[in-house]
Write a protein that binds this ligand. Structure first.
Ligand code: SAH
Ligand code: F3S
Length: 454
């Protein structure tokens, strides 16, 4: 049996792509995934280039793998993801012991590339963008637990001035409507209760339907809510500009759609938003948030923030802090600006001093953490829907699960509840998780189960 080791850096898209790599190679060559690189016949590194730090990790990791290759020349090392896409052949100049370089859109060609390396002992590089071909060549995904990711679109056409994604992942391409529905039905049949729709820009989804028309994200969500067994729908990431009325209405009308949304704003300053080419103002963002809050009261909203974008003054940063107060964001992601080669913002003078970036980042993160903690405390005493995902890491008797707004909850419960939706009364808010007590189990509502107990 051939053994495969995959190391993943970066976003949820990459986690999803790594799982697809394992499935493709499992189907073609019977590869099984192993936990230690020393045991593997093929090592794959799925890379991220969104920020400089992410990119540096790639060459450090390859440095760790180099002695393995020296000891076992038949070992195959492959590099995929956004660094591979960006560097192509150049990656092999810096790391000549790499055998396969593939991009996010060519991972389905891995079996052929590995065969070609073995047959010819020559490296293989393919970082092209054959677009939708990738989806057509992937085996149906296997469910791992009650929560699953489903890619509905790839790429991004927004060209924010700081971002490499449009260059590394290519243009926006949506999967056909029926393919997504079939994949979700297949996962639901395997016990999946929660589906997260993935894409760089999911609300740009325009999936072809069999009558020749196109579905937007809202229509897709309405259809997926009808799939038996699917109790929860999430999607990530969206762009504020394409956050239209149909999607706001979907948050009002679809009970399975969780009351949580990741809607990155990046900055609260109109001047910086303009330099970032986000094409909206802070007020326009806030207006969408207000309409969303009216459609789904209590909805939790999270964002990504970039600190220290070129030209960011104290006043610009204060505008970001003011927007944070206005929206009351839940737990969010914030990063210092990192100039990315080939992007327009990398040409601007990176003029915010490092210590100023550090101070702003610390202040923003402290405030966001306070807001998130207040939200957690407000949950104490309420009853929350929780999807039970597995055993708790802390204690054998405890299980763990996720609330609709993505908080971890630990509670005492029998193992048979794993994979089910339960109602949990929240008893305590800790810094990174909640504690609770199960008050109702999904199958308590199932008439057959009630009869069995009577
Ligand atoms: N649509 C994407 C968002 C792109 S990357 C998604 O699916 O998440 C995620 C976040 O990284 C961005 O929202 C942005 O806040 C951050 N980011 C992207 N480029 C960056 C850069 N050059 N410097 C700092 N942060 C960056
Ligand atoms: Fe990047 Fe902006 Fe698209 S952040 S992924 S170019 S929406």
């Amino acid at each position: 049996m051939q053994k495969l080791y995959i190391k993943t850096f970066g976003c949820q898209m990459n986690e999803y792509d790594s799982a697809r790599m394992a499935e493709v190679l499992g189907a073609s060559h019977g590869f099984v995934r192993v936990e230690a690189p020393e045991d593997a016949d093929v090592l794959l590194l799925n890379t991220c280039s969104i920020r400089e730090k992410a990119e540096d990790k790639v060459y450090t990791q390859l440095g760790f793998w180099r002695p393995l290759k020296q000891a076992r020349p038949e070992l195959i090392i492959g590099v995929g993801g956004c660094v591979a896409s960006q560097e192509g052949e150049a990656l092999r100049r810096r790391a000549p012991f790499v055998d396969v370089v593939f991009g996010p859109q060519t991972l389905h060609r891995l079996p052929d590339m590995i065969d070609a390396v073995r047959a010819s002992r020559r490296p293989q590089v393919d970082v092209s963008f054959p677009e939708i071909e990738k989806f057509d060549n992937l085996p149906a995904p296997r469910a791992e637990g009650p929560s699953a990711f489903v890619t509905i679109m790839e790429g991004c056409d927004k060209y924010c001035t700081f971002c490499v994604v449009p260059f590394t992942r290519g243009r926006e391409v949506s999967r056909p409507f029926d393919d997504v529905v079939a994949e979700v039905e297949g996962l639901a049949a395997q016990g999946v209760r929660e589906v997260t729709l993935l894409g760089q820009n999911v609300n740009a989804y325009r999936g072809e339907m069999d009558d020749g028309t196109e579905s937007d994200l809202a229509l897709l969500l309405h259809r997926l809510a009808l799939v038996p067994g699917i109790a929860r729908l999430r999607y990530t990431t969206s762009h504020p500009n394409e956050f239209g009325d149909s999607l706001i209405a979907a948050h009002r009308d679809i009970p399975q759609l969780v009351p949580h949304l990741h809607l990155p704003v990046q900055s609260g300053s109109d001047y910086i938003l303009k330099l970032m080419h986000r094409k909206h103002t802070a007020a326009e963002y806030l207006d969408k948030v207000r309409r969303l809050q009216a459609a789904r009261p209590g909805i939790s909203i999270s964002s990504d923030f970039i600190i220290g974008f070129p030209g960011e003054s104290d006043a610009d940063f204060e505008a970001t802090m003011a927007l944070i107060e206005a929206v009351q964001f839940d737990q969010s992601f914030s990063f210092k600006f990192s100039p990315r080669p080939g992007t327009p913002a990398a040409e601007l003078p990176d003029d915010v001093p490092e210590h100023v970036k550090d101070a702003r980042l610390a202040r923003l993160q402290a405030r966001i953490n306070e807001l998130a903690a207040a939200r957690s405390r407000a949950l104490v005493g309420t009853v929350q829907d929780v999807l039970v995902t597995g055993a708790s890491r802390r204690s054998a008797r405890q299980l763990t699960g996720k609330t609709a707004c993505n908080r971890s909850v630990n509670f005492d419960a029998p193992e048979r509840l794993i994979g089910q939706m339960v109602k949990v009364e929240i008893t305590e808010a800790l810094s990174n998780s909640l504690r609770g007590r199960v008050v109702l189990v999904d199958d308590d509502l199932d008439p057959a189960a009630l009869r069995r107990r009577a």
